[in-house]
Design a protein around this ligand. Structure first.
Ligand code: F6R
Length: 352
């Protein structure tokens, strides 16, 4: 059941501290300052990594790929539906990672099968034990988020982010105590956001907006994309996410006083340049909601601040996304939408 929540989505948003604890269980090794993912024993650091995934799982992959590259692992992300082994360099030294919550997404399964057929190594990062993706790949890593009923992916996204963060260190064989300490702090930090967020008040203020924009740089950029996807699927309203630098190359034409802009500004993103992007939208009259761990740096330019706890810079996007989930949920709630089963959408997409 919904355990007293109005929607599965809100229940699942609130389950994230538990989901992340499960995802982490037994994997970080404090003593050696390393990450060990038991089910991946024998998997070596590959020459290159291809991520194949769709929708929210693709956004998690974009975030994960940044963590892989930061470890010196050559990594490319593909939308599974666009993965074409005939036109992409791929061989036995390539590890193809299918990130799929359900493990049944047709596009992702097709991409993994194509990778198998050319002799690449394949790995499924999934939530469902015994799913098709797990059965058809050489390796499987479980994200352990528990069942997700709401069509909009929430806790599985956070768990994918944490799983891929651990995978990046497991593959590179290089980790630090600071990284592990920050990972371990995440569940409590997510809980503190859930306990104190005023996302519902922000949602109230902007429920009638024409459109919503989400911007972020670097590690924050994938979460800008995810924030927009979540907003559109459950509110049926226009939303777009961009790496912040792209704004002035076109989308800025859409920005008005009726289009709130959610700006992810974390200690890790290029703060000066983000402040510059925020000024661009501010001067067009757009309301600005900063999602940030450095509120002091942005206050004068934001109409609202949704604060996140300080973390290892690389993990700010995990925390920022929690605030964005809550904003989307509350906008959809005020609009009376069918939050757990948005029109036209299915939980697992088994056709190409
Ligand atoms: C959005 C959402 C979808 C899925 C996508 C892939 O909230 O849930 O975009 O992320 O259909 O699904 P999986 O991860 O099951 O392959």
């Amino acid at each position: 059941g919904k355990s007293g929540y109005d929607h599965y989505m809100l229940k699942e948003i609130n389950e994230q501290p538990h989901a992340l604890r499960e995802c982490l269980r037994g994997r970080p090794r404090e003593l050696e300052a390393s990450i060990a993912i038991d089910e991946l024993e024998g998997l070596k650091q590959p020459e290159r990594v291809h991520f194949v995934s769709c929708g929210t799982s693709y956004h998690a992959s974009r975030y994960g790929a940044k963590l892989f590259r930061e470890q010196g692992i050559q990594t490319t992300t593909f939308l599974a539906s666009e993965y074409d082994v005939d036109s992409i360099p791929i061989d036995e030294e390539t590890l193809v990672v299918g990130v799929t919550q359900s493990g049944e997404t047709a596009d992702t399964l097709r991409a993994l099968r194509a990778a198998n057929s050319v002799g690449a190594e394949t790995l499924a990062v999934t939530n469902v034990v015994g799913c098709s993706a797990a059965r058809e790949t050489d390796y499987v890593m479980y994200i352990r988020a528990g069942p997700e009923i709401g069509v909009a992916a929430t806790k599985t996204f956070a768990s994918q982010q944490v799983a891929l963060a651990m995978l990046s260190r497991d593959l590179s064989g290089r980790c630090s105590s600071a990284f592990i300490e920050a990972l371990r702090a995440l569940p409590d930090q997510v809980q503190s956001i859930l306990d104190t967020s005023h996302a519902a008040a922000v949602a109230d203020e902007y429920v009638d907006a024409d459109a919503y924009f989400f911007i972020g740089r670097g590690f924050d950029a994938p979460v800008a994309l995810e924030g927009a996807l979540k907003m559109k699927e459950i509110t049926y309203k226009h939303a777009e996410g961009f790496p912040a630098g792209e704004l002035k190359h076109g989308p800025l034409a859409l920005v008005t006083e009726r289009t709130p802009v959610f700006a992810m500004i974390s200690g890790n993103s290029n703060i000066e340049r983000m402040v510059g992007n925020v000024r661009e939208v501010e001067s067009r009259g757009a309301p600005v909601v900063a999602v940030t761990d450095v509120p002091g740096r942005i206050e004068n330019h934001a109409d609202h601040v949704l604060e996140i706890p300080e973390t290892h810079g690389l993990f700010a996007p995990i925390l920022a996304n929690i605030q964005l989930q809550l904003v989307s949920y509350w906008v959809a709630n005020r609009l009376g939408r069918s939050i757990d089963k948005p029109r036209n959408l299915a939980k697992s997409v088994t056709v190409e």
